[in-house]
Design a binder for this molecule. Structure first.
Ligand code: SAM
Length: 300
């Protein structure tokens, strides 16, 4: 976060021109003008900040890294939820790992077939801050069909019964700190064990433009556990490079060949980004990404 006095001659003694800045690497950064710092707490895992910005509403950052903004969160949360749920035959029990802001849970619970949506978030401070300062994003956290666990997702999956979920959604931070284990081949193999036949995992997989992360390794770890691995992309203005990717993996289900159009039509009435055309289109990859994922993603 950088500050600069912009008007030192004003009788009120000037005012602070506050900016949030996320440095994506040594050359590139994102800056948002900040009206107020609403909340800042150091948890056992990370610093949780809530800022009120001029252009993107309230935002949540963890250790200074962008997680959620009120203005563009719908893109990420709609795509990571509706894509797997609308190609699964009948999703009844869903597990969300991470996702303590509640946005993914909100979208998962738009599906009437979902009898129970379990969220496993490592940091209770994230859940508390979201409930208090991001009421719409966090609305899924208070839903009667939601079950919230504050625990490490790696341990939670390891401790879950075989075949106990239809869809697992990994809505994690980057592969640093507590999030590292959520990108490993061993973790994805455990995820496969807890999925029922016809099960699907959907995992956030970083930006296709990000060179600091070995994207082929990230998708390769999914490929270690599942027969079918596909990359999906979408545009999120406040995420690194404004372009994001998600991994879709299943042994049997194709990511867009059999979209349940009746359910999709119902969901499309509630969404601002998701529709069945963008669902299918999001798996059409640009050549540079096909080259990067050759051999690990079936659509590369
Ligand atoms: N959409 C965001 C993104 O792509 O950067 C992620 C949002 S969500 C807030 C990420 C959550 O994952 C954080 O609240 C973080 O505490 C949680 N998390 C990180 N490592 C975890 C772990 N091992 N088990 C469970 N939750 C974890």
């Amino acid at each position: 976060m950088t500050t600069a006095p912009t008007d030192s001659t004003s009788t009120e003694g000037g005012f602070l021109d506050l900016w949030y800045q996320e440095r994506h690497n040594d050359e590139i950064s994102l800056g948002l003008h900040v009206k107020t710092v609403l909340h800042s707490v150091q948890s056992p895992f990370q610093r949780v900040d809530i800022l009120d910005t001029t252009g993107f509403g309230r935002i949540m950052t963890l250790d200074g890294l962008m997680m959620v903004t009120e203005r563009d969160e719908f893109v990420y949360h709609e795509m990571i939820s509706h894509v797997p749920l609308l190609v699964h035959a009948n999703p009844k029990r869903v597990l969300v790992i991470g996702g303590g802001d509640g946005g993914t849970l909100r979208e998962v619970l738009r599906h009437d077939s979902v009898q129970e949506a379990v969220l496993c978030e490592i940091d209770g401070e994230v859940v508390d801050a979201a409930r208090k300062f991001l009421p719409y994003v966090a609305s899924g956290l208070n839903h009667p069909r939601a079950k919230i666990h504050i625990a490490d997702g790696v341990e939670f999956v390891r401790g879950s019964d075989a075949g106990s979920f239809d869809v697992v959604i990994v809505d994690s931070t980057d592969p640093i700190g507590p999030g590292v284990g959520l990108f490993s081949g061993a973790f994805y193999k455990e995820v496969r064990r807890i999925l029922r036949p016809g099960g699907i995992v959907m995992a956030q997989c970083e930006s296709p433009w990000e060179n600091a992360i070995d994207l082929k390794k990230v998708y390769g770890n999914l490929k270690e556990a599942f027969q079918g691995v596909y990359a999906m992309t979408g545009t999120i203005p406040t995420y690194p490079f404004g372009y994001w990717s998600w991994g879709f993996a299943s042994d049997t289900v194709h990511p867009h060949a059999n979209i349940d159009m009746e359910r999709a039509r119902a969901i499309e009435k509630t969404t601002r980004y998701y529709n069945s055309e963008i669902h299918a289109g999001a798996f059409a990859l640009p050549n540079f990404l096909k080259q990067r994922l050759k051999g690990v993603a079936a659509n590369a």
